[in-house]
Design a protein around this ligand. Structure first.
Ligand code: F6P
Length: 321
């Protein structure tokens, strides 16, 4: 391998820049040429590819977002789009790719490898933490810290007014943002797509739970099947008209901001590991960290996420709230 290209794809996450920096600097360390691709697979299809050097990743480790920009590409989902992308990268003689993103990114990468002879290694870049093969994804730690600082503020006003807040957090298919930030903020209940905890259980808890708390926080993952924070609030209002209930949707603030040290270090370790893996002849795998050690997981396994900790974390919420 002589020429590596790096790109970010799907929803951005804090720490992607630290990962780009690590990929670029590691490539240079091993005397490889390194290119950036703009806007993920869209940029690959359109040939938005440019050479990078040590300076082009200076002063970015602390910045949220991604300097390479990102997109969810429609064209790359077609055979023709992927063919065009392959022709573009061949023009630059790129013979190794590092893809930073989530399940959509790796699904695309797996197809690309199947159809074209190009090694791709992946880095888990998503705030959702919904990938198998790594204990944590790049951006998750920052996102849950953003959530707890927002929920702590809401708790102040909820306590002053004796209110119940239904707070919706991100996580399209996964409740892991809701789960850990729920434990971290002492939420009374958490509604997530992975569990049978549903609105009935919430109503039970409100009816029979502790009566000595003046404020109540319920965290709802946006992927919960029962219709999001407003639907849950309507239900609560119907059954508990005496509660002064409010809704807050945290939204995209969860995707921005300066990455935490944990995310910067994770991104740096994985960026180095991905380039070294390409040099060692690996392909079609995501680099992750499991129990402190670097681990490689094939893309088709990485996208099938089931978090084995979820039931025990849910139990903690129940015991402690
Ligand atoms: O995958 C990350 C994520 O933030 C999800 O939690 C959320 O459902 C989705 O991206 C939102 O995507 P968009 O910014 O395209 O609306």
């Amino acid at each position: 391998i002589k020429n590596i290209a790096v790109f970010t794809s799907g929803g951005d996450s804090p720490g992607m820049n630290a990962a780009i920096r690590a990929v670029v600097r590691t490539s240079l360390h091993y005397n490889l040429n390194v290119f950036g691709i703009q806007r993920g697979y869209d940029g690959m299809v359109n040939g938005d590819i440019f050479p990078m050097d040590a300076k082009s990743v200076a002063n970015i480790i602390q910045r949220g977002g991604t300097i390479l920009k990102t997109a969810r590409s429609k064209e790359f989902r077609t055979v023709e789009g992927r063919q065009q992308a392959y022709e573009q990268i061949r023009k630059f003689q790129i013979d190794g790719l590092v893809a930073i993103g989530g399940d959509g990114t790796f699904t695309g990468a797996a197809k690309f490898i199947e159809e074209h002879d190009i090694p791709v290694m992946g880095l888990p870049g998503t705030i959702d933490n919904d990938l198998a093969g790594t204990d944590f994804t790049i951006g998750y730690d920052t996102a849950i810290n953003t959530v707890i600082s927002a929920v702590d503020k809401i708790r102040d006003t909820a306590e002053s007014h004796d209110r119940l807040f239904i707070i919706e957090v991100m996580g399209r298919d996964s409740g892991l943002i809701a789960l850990r930030s729920g434990i971290g903020t002492g939420a009374e209940a958490i509604l997530i797509p992975e569990s049978a905890t549903n609105s009935k259980a919430l109503l039970e808890k409100l009816a029979h739970g502790r009566k000595d708390k003046s404020s109540k926080i319920v965290l709802v993952a946006e992927g919960d099947e029962e219709g999001g924070a407003f639907a849950i609030a309507e239900l609560v209002k119907k059954h508990f008209p005496n509660y002064d209930t409010r809704v807050s949707i945290l939204g995209h603030i969860q995707r921005g901001g300066s990455p935490t040290c944990m995310d910067r270090v994770l991104a740096s370790r994985l960026g180095v590991a991905a380039v070294e893996a390409l040099l060692a002849g690996r392909k079609g795998e995501m680099a992750g960290v499991i129990n402190g050690d670097i681990a490689f997981t094939p893309f088709n396994k990485a996208i099938k996420h089931i978090d084995s900790l979820t039931p025990s974390l849910l139990k903690i919420v129940d015991i402690l709230s």
